[in-house]
Design a protein. Structure first.
Length: 405
């Protein structure tokens, strides 16, 4: 393990950890706030749907531990929920009560019921009228369907609205921390905060739903803009990214999300501010898609700053349930068996993946070229800066979830 991370391990030895016979919330105390670089202020934000189980088993306690560590004056917590079929709304209200009791400012927005959400999806635009943004024509069904990514981007932007409201009230934040429905602890945050000596546009954890396979392939792109070769460590096609992962060092990437993302807040305060988005409907018509969690990095001017950029920190590993989190958090990662399997899988899948990548890129380039050539005469030339985010898919909202077209 590199010297920097040996030093970090020593420095954060007093951080609470999961231990035998203890819950996540009852582990040993977090370190003093003096250990946090520059004692930064943080806007913590998340979106929720059907996340009651993880909220009650780990997430709520992890958030409370984090805000206690950072200090109430340094934090605002924001969350948006919509369409849950379980008791996510109630779990978030339980969290709100505890945040209020601790003097932590917060904005928790509870949205539609699942039935109201289904009604929204069925309230399709009239095909005889001008097209509405965010809807795509389904040739097979003969009607419009709501695109998934613009829908998710809209929800994320709504969750970010308190940041601007608080700015108008004279309160700003140094960092924006996005959290998925993951298990994490204060040590994960502090390690992520110190990624690349604190110099980054964004820094991400690595997420796991089933050990030892990482989860979020949709948003992760290496320094060459390529998808990962394998779900197995060391993950990447790029030799530079792969070498950094093997050394346990932060990996420079074009895009990541992977459970836990810490942004420099500056672009979100710009005019116009950095926002989440999907690709243009006219480009999506050609059966292309890109994650809003990837496109936000493509749009972020700090992502291209050679001194900042986007970094994935392989020393910050989070899980979507407690057993997986304990598996990736404890001991030596990735472990002897996963190291051997991952090494061979990466070699084979790099070869196979290059072929698949090249074939997909041909299709994407052809469709991009067609889209650009069809720019209406009254419009500026069409452009998409998030080309690395594009995949040969179309995703729509459907029933209680989503599906491919």
């Amino acid at each position: 393990m590199p010297t920097l991370y040996k030093q970090q391990q020593t420095r954060y030895l007093l951080l609470y950890r999961c231990s035998k016979g203890r819950t996540l919330a009852s582990a040993s105390p977090a370190p003093s706030r003096r250990d946090v670089a520059a004692n930064s202020s943080v806007f913590i934000v998340s979106v929720h749907r059907n996340t009651e189980e993880i909220l009650r088993s780990a997430w709520n306690d992890a958030v409370l531990n984090l805000v206690s560590y950072l200090g109430a004056a340094n934090v605002h917590f924001a969350a948006v929920e919509s369409g849950s079929q379980d008791k996510t709304k109630e779990a978030l209200m339980d969290l709100k009560g505890k945040l209020d009791g601790a003097g932590v400012s917060n904005t928790i927005s509870l949205g539609m019921t699942v039935w109201e959400q289904l009604d929204e999806l069925e309230n399709r635009p009239d095909p005889r009228r001008a097209r509405e943004p965010g809807w795509i024509w389904d040739e097979e069904e003969g009607h419009y369907d709501l695109r998934r990514i613009p829908y998710l981007a809209k929800v994320r932007n709504r969750a970010m609205e308190p940041l601007k409201t608080l700015e108008r009230q004279g309160r700003t934040f140094d960092k924006v921390l996005w959290l998925n429905d993951i298990v994490f602890d204060v040590e994960d945050y502090v390690t992520l905060l110190n990624t690349h000596d604190g110099r980054y546009a964004a820094a991400c954890s690595m997420d796991f739903k089933l050990y030892p396979y990482y989860y979020d392939t949709f948003a992760l792109r290496d320094d060459r803009g390529m998808k990962t070769a394998s779900y197995h460590w060391p993950w990447f096609v790029s030799p530079t990214a792969r070498q950094s992962a093997r050394k346990g060092e932060p990996v420079r990437v074009e895009s990541c999300w992977n459970g836990m993302v810490l942004f420099d807040s500056t672009p979100f305060y710009a005019n116009p501010p950095l926002l989440f988005r999907g690709i243009d409907d006219s480009l999506a018509d050609l059966h292309l898609e890109g994650s809003e969690c990837c496109l936000v990095h493509a749009d972020n001017v700090l992502s291209r700053d050679p001194d900042k950029g986007v970094w994935l920190n392989p020393n910050v590993r989070v899980g979507y349930n407690v057993p997986v989190y304990k598996a990736v958090k404890g001991g030596k990662f990735p472990g002897p068996w996963a190291t051997v399997l991952g090494g061979w899988a990466n070699r084979w899948l790099r070869f196979k993946g290059r072929i698949q990548h090249n074939l997909e890129q041909v299709t994407i380039r052809q469709r991009l070229s067609k889209w650009r050539s069809e720019t209406p005469t009254e419009e500026l030339s069409r452009t998409e800066v998030g080309v690395a985010c594009l995949i040969n898919e179309m995703q729509i909202m459907w029933q209680n979830g989503w599906k491919h077209l």
